[in-house]
Design a protein around this ligand. Structure first.
Ligand code: ATP
Length: 528
């Protein structure tokens, strides 16, 4: 097949190429539906091409707000934006997410008459359009939707009704909405949820509710099966919205809703934290030191908005605060060069997402009995057990920042873990000494936003599968697990490959700039 012809001609349908030359001569005929006297609808390379003589006549009237110049007769709607299409007795109706601002989409509809004799062909054309619009994403998702009424400073419900619900309705998703009524209510809801009745559990909230939902599913008797079966997603209505930035590429509620409608089921590594006699699941990050302090000790400064965190970090940097601890780490990828290579291989790995689950001691794929059991056993034991034989406890008297991430973004433009991958069975660990110069420390803070952080010499970056941290010489302090405060006590962590499930745009990487390889290939060029 001549790929150049496809690339150059948006009317050629690349999914259904025409291997025989005589078929190649009629690509437009195959993918084009004649709609009324003056219009046609064509399945192009990555968009639906609407050719309508009426557009030119209606140019002063912004008829449907389709993409493109209103003086043209042709407009393109990306397949990604197509929400649904159906044929009634007289017409075809196509609903799509129309951009109305940089980060807002709204539902819009186009209708065209279809002559009765054309119906059989139109039925298969609609099916073909939906195939292109959804790809490997499941259609008509059944969504259990939790709204935190206090999310978004009380605006979560309003945002849901205005930005999210119309998109789900247009995409024919089934919604079962429930407001959370008290702290940790989402844990209870998820624990009792019939996971066979839903495909997705969505949180209209910050990152707190997804953390609670994952822990609720983890309490089920068949936790492994539940965490595998149902995808946990975020409809961003909080402050940081890290889950949405990583998986939906945005904190816009309407763009996130579209990303969830089109999301691909993706295994997600989860981390077991043991502290005292408790076991908690973490999906995002763990922090001890400056980051935990700057986040959790500045709650009273919420009026500062996103500047609260930066202020908290800078105050502690200027004071050269250190957080002494003992640390034992099970390293998987030891150097930054190896992290880059590890990331590059994952980018090029197009094997089925479901193959990225399991591990030596987690769920054995295909073993139904195993899958019905609770959480995987801990291969490194708990914080109360003796250290695994090949771990060594090292004293860090001047630890400034201990920060372990399972996702890349922690908030908008805050990407401290560019090497993080959804299901590589590793956590990304950043450690920084607290006695580096103030100037270097401030560079670190700006580096997280500019993308220079990873390459900075004083940033230690490794991929690991487990660790134990024992804070010492401090009366009290802050430990943050997914942004939630935990008791200031020793804890141990280990990762379970692909134990959880989310929906993502790509199915295999986060929506963050990854680590750039030394040969000049950026993650974005590899992605393309
Ligand atoms: N009705 C309610 N009353 C009190 N607390 C609630 C209620 N519903 C949810 N919560 C609690 O609110 C907390 C915050 O939830 P949310 O997911 O919005 O996260 P957040 O990450 O803290 O938000 P932000 O990103 O704004 O910091 C959770 O601990 C949750 O248990």
């Amino acid at each position: 097949m001549d790929h150049r012809a496809v690339d150059e001609d948006p009317f050629v349908d690349p999914v259904h190429p025409h291997p025989h030359s005589e078929e190649r001569q009629r690509p437009v005929e195959d993918s084009t539906l004649i709609a009324g006297r003056t219009a046609s609808l064509t399945l192009g390379t990555d968009s639906l091409i609407v050719l309508d003589e009426g557009f030119a006549q209606r140019k002063r009237w912004n008829c449907c707000g389709l993409l493109g110049n209103e003086s043209k007769t042709t407009h393109a709607i990306p397949f990604y934006n197509i929400l649904w299409a159906e044929l009634s007795q007289f017409e075809i109706s196509i609903r799509y997410a129309r951009p109305t601002a940089t980060d807002v989409v709204r539902v819009s509809t186009i209708n065209y008459p279809i002559e009765k004799p054309d119906h059989p062909r139109a039925i298969s054309w609609v099916e073909h359009l939906l195939d292109r619009a959804y790809g490997e994403s499941q259609r008509k998702k059944r969504i259990k939707l939790l709204v935190n009424p206090f999310g978004g400073q009380g605006k979560a419900q309003k945002w849901y009704l205005r930005d999210i619900e119309p998109i789900f309705a247009a995409a024919r998703c089934e919604i079962d909405l429930q407001k959370t009524q008290y702290r940790a209510h989402a844990v209870e809801i998820a624990e009792k949820l019939d996971v066979d009745a839903f495909d997705v559990i969505a949180a209209c909230s910050g990152d707190g509710l997804p953390h609670e939902i994952i822990n609720g599913l983890g309490k089920k008797a068949d936790a492994r099966r539940a965490l595998r079966k149902i995808a946990v997603v975020q409809l961003p209505c909080g402050t940081g919205n890290a889950m949405s930035w990583n998986l939906n590429g945005s904190d816009s509620p309407s763009l996130a809703a579209l990303a969830i409608v089109k999301g691909i089921k993706t295994p997600l590594d989860l981390v077991s934290i043991t502290q005292g006699d408790r076991r908690t699941l973490s999906f995002l990050s763990q922090a001890v030191g400056i980051i935990a302090d700057a986040d959790l000790a500045t709650e009273h400064l919420r009026w500062l908005g996103s500047a609260r965190f930066t202020y908290g970090v800078l105050v502690r940097l200027l004071q050269k605060t250190v957080y002494p601890c003992d640390l034992a780490v099970k390293v998987v990828v030891a150097t930054k060069a190896e992290v880059r290579e590890h990331y590059r291989q994952a980018l090029n790995d197009r094997s089925l997402p479901e193959n990225h689950r399991g591990g030596p001691s987690s769920q054995a794929a295909g073993d139904e009995n195993q899958n019905l059991r609770g959480l995987p056993e801990l291969r490194y034991g708990t914080v109360n057990d003796a250290l695994p034989e090949d771990w060594t406890l090292v004293p860090y008297d001047t630890m400034g920042n201990f920060w372990c991430g399972n996702m890349a973004f922690m908030a908008a433009q805050n990407n401290p873990f560019p090497g993080a991958l959804p299901n590589d069975g590793c956590m990304d660990l950043v450690t920084i000494d607290g006695d580096i110069s103030r100037w270097k420390a401030i560079q670190c803070v700006s580096g997280v936003e500019t993308g220079k952080f990873f390459d900075m010499a004083h940033v230690n970056y490794r991929k690991i599968s487990g660790y134990r941290i024992i804070p010492r010489d401090q009366q009290d302090g802050y430990i943050s697990i997914d942004g939630e405060r935990m008791p200031f006590e020793p804890f141990q962590a280990e990762v379970h490959r692909g134990l959880g499930t989310v929906l993502s745009k790509s199915g295999h990487v986060y929506e963050a700039p990854g680590v750039v390889s030394k040969n000049g290939e950026s993650s974005s060029s590899l992605r393309a």
